[in-house]
Design a protein around this ligand. Structure first.
Ligand code: SAH
Ligand code: SF4
Length: 414
């Protein structure tokens, strides 16, 4: 196993992001399917068994440099590095938290864009073995613009390609292997909306769950979406065994319009219908994520509406205490609120857990390191944004809480 090539956090400019520069024309080697790699070798008159040697170096030994592909002759290594990048993450800085149980990586891509990934270790407990979950990004920035999310605040920069996505996992895999451990779970919950970059996300998830490549059990891969209905439907038609998480955050249409602006395009009834189709097609339970924001979406009535929406569905609810973000006026719900909310859902027969936030001190929630290194908007702009958000959420709450308007009465949105 090769040593990890991480630099320390201080080596990367965390405050001012570099200007994006031209892209390296060589694709990432880890983005190639087994068939594409075989075809590339055949075109060069290379023996078929070289494909297995390359796959072993890449996926089993985590090679990040052609020199580490020692089973290959020098000429083939040179050809490979002339045609491909072995590692698409040009530079990485790591920050630890939670007494080393959580680590966050900031990766610089070839064009200077910065993305992040997080490693969360869960020590063995009586009922479960030790786990190492890697949270990865699918885009640099995000166009959805959820107001509680630091990535949303950045806006959209660009899609990642499949190699850039899987290389985040290969990075942590190398690092874990240094002390005899391995990645047991992957979640697409870093920067970006995975279903708005669906082709690359599917290619990446296929590479990660392919026994000939990374070889992680499909059920150990979770794709989280803010609710891109056509993307959920497309995934359902593929019948994969990946776990689907839907970031619902509210069962009240007017409030969800504010919390997840994509709700105006793909309303929640349609999202839940598509997720139910995924559950039917795959036999897998859907995880519904519900961020808990004090006084906004955490009342007993919110819990009851959620229970009403999900009754009879193959569903599990995960309550996420909000991590504070500078540009919102909102605060996390107090623990008692979370317990009451969870209790009401469970009382209505909905399986529910409360997520313990990991690495809050390094901003390990979605996108938070990204915000830290982007230039902060001037205080007047932040104040204005907070004011708009307060007005919008107050309006949404008023309309959502007026009788008869809690759940849309019409048919599911197309
Ligand atoms: N775009 C996808 C996946 C990335 S976000 C999605 O929205 O599902 C992953 C999860 O982090 C989502 O459930 C999102 O709602 C949550 N998240 C974002 N900002 C957060 C914050 N400030 N505190 C807690 N969770 C947050
Ligand atoms: Fe994008 Fe997800 Fe953040 Fe919303 S929560 S802005 S969809 S990354």
């Amino acid at each position: 196993m090769t040593p990890s090539s991480a630099v320390t956090a201080g080596d990367l400019p965390l405050v001012t992001p570099p200007a994006a520069s031209a892209r390296d024309p060589r694709p990432g080697l880890s983005g190639l399917s087994t068939g594409q790699l075989a075809a590339w070798l055949e075109d060069r008159g290379e023996a078929g068994y070289r494909a297995r040697q390359i796959a072993d170096a890449l996926w089993r030994h985590g090679a990040s440099d052609p020199a580490q592909m020692r089973t290959l002759p020098g000429s083939l290594r040179s050809q490979l590095s002339a045609s491909f990048r072995i590692n698409t993450l040009a530079e990485t800085a790591v920050r630890p938290a939670d007494a080393g149980l959580t680590e966050k990586a900031l990766h610089r891509l070839d064009d200077g864009r910065l993305i992040e990934s997080v490693l969360m270790r869960y020590p063995a407990r009586r009922e479960s073995r030790e786990r190492a979950t890697v949270c990865i990004s699918s885009q640099a920035g995000c166009a959805v613009g959820c107001p509680f999310c630091a990535t949303g605040e950045l806006g959209f920069e660009r899609d990642l390609d499949a190699a850039e996505i899987v290389d985040q996992v290969r990075f942590w895999s190398r690092r874990l292997a240094d002390d005899g451990n391995r990645v047991t779970n992957v979640v697409f919950m870093g920067m970006g909306e995975p279903l708005l970059n669906l082709d690359a996300v599917v290619e990446a998830a296929q590479a990660l769950s392919d026994p000939q490549r990374f070889g992680l059990g499909a059920r150990h891969i979770t794709i989280s979406t803010s609710g891109v209905t056509p993307g959920i439907e497309r995934l359902a038609s593929m019948r994969p065994q990946w776990t689907m998480a839907v970031s619902l955050h509210s069962a009240r249409p007017a409030l969800r319009d504010v919390l997840v602006p994509l709700n105006r395009r793909y309303p929640l009834q349609g999202v839940v219908a598509a997720a139910a189709a995924y559950a039917r097609a795959t036999g897998r339970r859907i995880t519904y994520e519900h961020i808990m924001i004090a006084g906004i979406n955490d009342t007993p009535t919110d819990a009851d509406e959620l229970a009403r929406l999900l009754r009879g569905h193959l569903a599990h609810v995960n309550l996420i205490p909000m991590n504070r973000v500078a540009h919102t006026p909102w605060q996390p719900s107090p623990v008692e609120r979370l317990e009451i909310f969870a209790g009401r859902l469970r009382g209505a027969g909905i399986s529910t857990t409360i997520r313990r936030n990991r690495g809050i001190e390094i901003g390990a929630a979605c996108g938070q390191l990204a915000a830290e290194r982007s230039e902060s908007p001037p205080p007047a702009t932040v104040a204005r944004r907070r004011e708009i958000l307060e007005t919008r959420s107050a309006e949404a709450l008023q309309s959502a809480r007026s009788p008869g308007s809690l759940v849309p009465s019409g048919p599911p949105a197309p």
